[in-house]
Design a protein around this ligand. Structure first.
Ligand code: UTP
Length: 291
């Protein structure tokens, strides 16, 4: 089996109900952070981590994602005629080499575990990454690159983790910790959305995973979990014990862009990080702070 992580799965088949009505006619993953859609940040992160094949698991109403990663001949021609070279460059970047992006469709949004299962034939028998575009991470070294490096050390499953407030454990997959060196956490159990009183820790999995292909054996059961959905966490929990399974406290800041407040915070943080926007955005933020 190849030991390199070459493929990344992007589950984009969810309904995005927390962002209705905008997600009625537009995928959540196309929501912009400053001027780029969430999905572009995630794909850029994957490419910077050495990923060579992008696998989108799409669903109904997600055609805008396919169009975004394809050429737009008319727009390209108009921009070229007007001499808008900078803009031309921005629309060309998301277009990868033909054949390096593949799509499959989750016919019903039965849960994240089901979306990942839909990619089984495209992934095959090799380790692979999963990125949830609504978890946006600002980091000097891309989060997935940090995880690929850990995979190089351990050869096992790796998930990105961060501490959450105890009262929020019922929103996340939570780790049961065997050992913890402050950076790498050896995992002995995983629980999806536990009540704070039952939570084995406050370390939560965020939307970045490197998994071994054995996960598909467990996902194929289609077993429903919390919320009646086929949960990825439940199948990951069954992987524990076979091969090493670690959580990585990644270096960087994660924004939960599936949530309105997190989405707006990300927009402010990414705009402030842009030299050409910084002063203008800072003065807007300051003005609101004193209202
Ligand atoms: P979320 O839990 O954020 O669900 O999914 P959602 O349906 O997109 O959004 P809300 O909660 O209704 O607002 C996390 C990721 O898993 C994908 C989503 O597209 C998102 O990237 N997903 C979720 C699927 O691909 N299929 C599913 O059945 C569920």
């Amino acid at each position: 089996m190849t030991k390199r992580v070459r493929k990344a799965v992007f589950p984009v088949g969810g309904l995005g109900t927390r962002f209705l009505p905008v997600t009625k006619a537009m995928p959540k993953e196309m929501l912009p952070i400053v001027d780029k859609p969430l999905i572009q940040y995630a794909v850029e992160e994957a490419l910077e981590a050495g990923i060579e094949e992008i696998i989108f698991v799409t669903g109904r109403g997600k055609a805008a994602i396919e169009d975004f990663f394809d050429h737009s001949f008319e727009l390209r021609q108009v921009l070229a005629e007007r001499g808008k070279d900078f803009e031309l460059n921005t629309i060309e970047f998301p277009v990868l080499e033909a054949g390096s992006i593949v799509y499959t469709r989750q016919q019903e949004p039965l849960g994240l575990g089901h979306a990942v299962w839909c990619s089984r034939e495209l992934v095959g028998e090799e380790p692979f990454a999963i990125l949830l575009a609504d978890d946006l991470i600002m980091a000097d070294t891309p989060c997935l690159k940090q995880m690929v490096d850990v995979f190089g050390e351990t050869g096992g499953n790796v998930v990105a983790v961060e501490d959450v407030p105890l009262e929020h454990t019922d929103r996340y997959g939570i780790l049961d910790v065997a050992s913890d060196d402050g950076r790498l956490v050896e995992i002995k159990g995983l629980v999806e959305k536990p009540d704070p009183v039952d939570a084995p820790s406050t370390l939560s999995i965020i939307g970045r995973y490197i998994l071994l292909p054995e996960i598909f054996d467990y996902l194929s059961d289609w077993k429903k979990g919390v919320g009646g959905e086929i949960q990825l966490t439940d199948s990951m929990a069954r992987l524990i014990g076979d091969k090493p399974f670690h959580g990585l406290r990644f270096q960087g800041t994660r924004f939960d862009c599936g949530d309105k407040a997190g989405f707006f915070e990300a927009n402010i943080a990414f705009a402030l990080a842009r030299a050409e926007l910084h002063n203008q955005i800072q003065s807007i933020v300051d003005a609101y702070a004193t209202r």
